[in-house]
Design a protein around this ligand. Structure first.
Ligand code: DP6
Length: 340
């Protein structure tokens, strides 16, 4: 346990010597959503969202969150999600309030307009791009001039996976060892993979019964299978990093799929069991494996929800779309998006 609270750490260490009041009236920022190829599953400390292992993701280009902040003369923050005012007692607003309370002067309030550019049904409009965009926009609003790796720590305090949502491209979040998480930071990898494709396969738009936050806690506390997880997660992370450096797609895809399936095995071994899959998810998995048997290199990954994310390369796009006609195909390294 750290002797400091997250708010003390942010104010006394991360932001030491920087503006404590907003420098501008308004600011805006965009952050992409991200899909972990090697997952973050399990915390060593809850209040700072510190992970047991590192993780590595690829960002989803134009699928993400655009957020605008404006100082307002009002008794509380006003939060709009996709144009709709959100009630102060919703989980979304409470989470934002708590996060803003880490550094925002108590008498300063914002109008927050947040737009997800991801179809909400895909379950990708996660807190990751939301807190990523908030961290970037607050950096502008206050004029902190923090580098992105430092900003990743503040995004992490909103949601762990948000630490990986500040950049385009491949992003690694290292676990770190410190109690206050100063070394639990993310950074972008220099490698680009223009032919890589991520396909979002929405099989169900039903909202999650159990959030990732709650699900990972239940898994750590009750799943015997979780004991195996940290060693595999660390090894998968190293293999995926190497596969990216070697541009070895088979190794990347295979390791990412194995990692996701093993994470789901730890969830299924929790009590009560956590099964995020729907019948349609399993049917789609079978289709992916059939396609692979037919020689089309396509792999799958899944998070705490029923939808699949497919990994393949540009030359297989038409073959993959023949089977999955509704697939939303993302080009993570489309030329306009730089990974820095
Ligand atoms: C399965 O980042 O949503 O998507 O830190 O509690 O906010 P909190 O959890 P969150 O968990 C994401 C879990 C995951 C895997 C991943 O993105 O690495």
């Amino acid at each position: 346990m750290s002797s400091m609270t997250p708010a003390q750490w942010v104010q006394d260490e991360l932001l030491a010597g920087r503006n404590t009041q907003p420098a501008l009236e308004q600011a805006s920022a965009y952050a992409p959503a991200n899909i972990a190829l090697s997952k973050y599953w399990g915390k060593r400390e809850k209040s700072f969202n510190l992970p047991i292992t590192g993780s590595l993701s690829v960002s989803l280009a134009d699928h993400g969150t655009q957020t605008q902040l404006q100082i307002i003369d009002a008794p509380e923050h006003q939060v709009y999600l996709n144009g709709e005012l959100q009630g102060a007692d919703t989980a979304f607003v409470k989470k934002l309030d708590t996060w803003l309370g880490l550094f925002m002067p108590a008498d300063t309030h914002l109008r927050i307009d947040t737009h997800n550019t991801v179809p909400t049904a895909a379950g990708l409009a996660s807190s990751a791009s939301g807190f990523g965009a908030m961290a970037l926009a607050c950096n502008e609003l206050f004029g902190w001039q923090l580098d992105y790796t430092s900003l990743s720590t503040i995004a992490r305090l909103g949601s762990g996976s948000a630490s990986r949502s500040l950049w385009h491209g491949f992003v690694k979040w290292q676990a770190g060892e410190a109690d206050n998480g100063h070394d639990s930071v993310a950074y972008v990898l220099p490698e680009r993979w223009p032919k890589l494709r991520v396909g979002i396969l929405t099989v169900s738009s039903a909202s999650k019964a159990v959030s990732s936050r709650e699900g990972m806690q239940r898994t750590v506390q009750t799943s015997e299978l979780f004991k195996q997880w940290p060693a595999q997660a660390n090894s998968d992370l190293a293999i995926i990093e190497q596969a990216i450096m070697d541009a070895d797609f088979s190794l990347l895809g295979k390791t990412a799929e194995h990692n996701a399936m093993s994470m789901h095995a730890t969830m299924i071994g929790a009590w009560p069991p956590l099964v995020y899959w729907q019948a349609e998810s399993v049917a789609a998995m079978q289709q992916v494996w059939t396609l692979r048997q037919q020689g089309v290199e396509v792999y799958l990954t899944m998070d705490a929800g029923p939808n699949l994310k497919l990994l393949f390369e540009e030359h297989n796009t038409a073959l993959v779309k023949q089977v999955f006609s509704d697939l939303d195909v993302i080009q993570p390294f489309s030329s306009a998006k730089q990974n820095s």
